[in-house]
Design a protein. Structure first.
Length: 405
């Protein structure tokens, strides 16, 4: 695509939250590999994309909020960022726009671009969970987007049924390196003996979830303290909430260690006997690292009421959804209590039979995710570049053909 003097592809990427930023960083790396470095990328992202030399047009912290009650106070700022992003896209004229996850922010951009008559290729990376709630979202996406890149193998039929071209590219957690952490390095750096118990605690990547989960996780650790051997606590975090996390764990037991960056996180995983984590992609990272986990989440009460009304599935953990059965304990909403968390973690630490069942299940889930091949980000990059090439060769008609290949 970029050889023989052809112009380098120019892609505008939008990632509105840390999980999307992680996908964006891997995608940029894959795009550069596919084009020999001759790709231009601009847009919005966070620290993972910055590691690939990407300069975000706005701070990711402006956008990384979730939940109805949480978004409302930030709505004026978020809507202004939508307008600014649309204006930037229309001025810069990229070859394609790739929005990653964060549907509330991303879809407003796509909608406004189409409303302005823009015909440039719009690609969304990460399918919304229409199989869990609000099936009408698939039809809305089909009006705005040209192509959808899905992470899970069972997702494309939901969108193809309403006319949106899809590609199952696989989940980038497969290539994250979560299974290649160095336990000895982690213990040496932090002065932890080889036989000392380590627990990893992951309170989330957004301000609201961190504020709701930190007190509960801390109380759970205090209850856990007399139930198991003495332990150390590793707390991986991201830049958007690092200061808040550091302040919030000051009184936790286990002399907690705040960690930043993927390498430090995966080293902690390798050294950990169990983990307590907010619901999200991190569950797949823990599964890849074979760390027995319990998943927890609390929402703002107003948001929880709305979700209880519209959600069709009772499991939100991706490991459970991929397996089609309950393996990982999920403590959500009112069930997310220090008592239940402590009991669940204690079982994972002490019961070898339960631990073995978890690890076997994790391996099965990872095998299913690996079906798309060893490089999900490479698959995504290939599809994006093919769509751009089709548009450059023959205009909108060729784009339609390419998105259905």
């Amino acid at each position: 695509m970029t050889g023989n003097g052809e112009e380098a592809p120019f892609i505008f990427i939008v990632a509105g939250e840390p999980s999307g930023d992680a996908l964006g960083g891997a995608l940029i790396r894959a795009l550069r590999e596919r084009t020999g470095g001759r790709v231009r990328v601009v847009g919005i992202g966070g620290e993972s994309m910055a590691e690939q030399g990407f300069a975000s047009l706005v701070p990711l912290s402006d956008l990384a909020v979730a939940g109805i009650a949480e978004v409302l106070p930030r709505a004026p700022l978020i809507l202004r960022r939508v307008r600014e992003t649309v204006q930037a896209i229309r001025q810069l004229r990229p070859d394609a726009v790739v929005t990653i996850d964060s549907s509330g922010f991303s879809w407003r951009i796509a909608h406004r671009l189409r409303r302005h008559g823009e015909r440039l290729p719009l690609i969304h990376y990460v399918a919304p969970m229409v199989w869990a709630w609000r099936p009408g979202r698939a039809r809305r996406m089909a009006r705005w987007y040209d192509h959808l890149l899905t992470l899970l193998p069972f997702e494309p039929p939901y969108f193809e049924a309403v006319g949106l071209a899809c590609s199952y590219v696989g989940h980038p957690v497969i290539e994250s390196g979560a299974d290649r952490g160095d336990a000895a390095r982690f213990r040496a750096i932090h002065g932890i003996a080889e036989d000392e118990l380590v627990l990893t605690v992951l309170p989330g990547s957004r301000g609201g979830e961190v504020r709701r989960l930190l007190p509960v996780f801390g109380a759970a650790l205090r209850r856990l303290d007399p139930m198991i051997d003495p332990f150390r606590v590793a707390v991986p975090t991201v830049e958007t909430v690092a200061d808040e996390v550091t302040a919030g764990i000051a009184d936790w037991p286990g002399r907690p260690i705040v960690l930043r960056g993927a390498a430090a996180k995966y080293d902690a995983f390798a050294a950990s006997r169990a983990a307590m984590a907010a619901s999200g992609t991190v569950a797949l990272e823990l599964a890849l690292a074979r760390v027995p986990m319990v998943i927890a989440y609390r929402l703002n009460p107003l948001t929880q009421i709305v979700l209880d009304w519209v959600v069709k599935v009772r499991q939100v953990n991706l490991v459970n959804l991929i397996l089609g059965r309950v393996l990982v304990t999920e403590l959500l909403g009112d069930d997310c209590t220090p008592e239940r968390l402590a009991a669940a973690v204690a079982e994972l630490v002490r019961d070898e039979r339960v631990r073995s069942a978890h690890i076997e299940g994790y391996d099965e889930a990872v095998r299913r995710l690996s079906a798309a091949g060893p490089s999900p980000s490479g698959n995504a990059a290939d599809r994006i570049l093919a769509i751009i090439a089709a548009r450059q060769r023959g205009g909108a008609d060729s784009l339609t053909t390419a998105t259905k290949e």
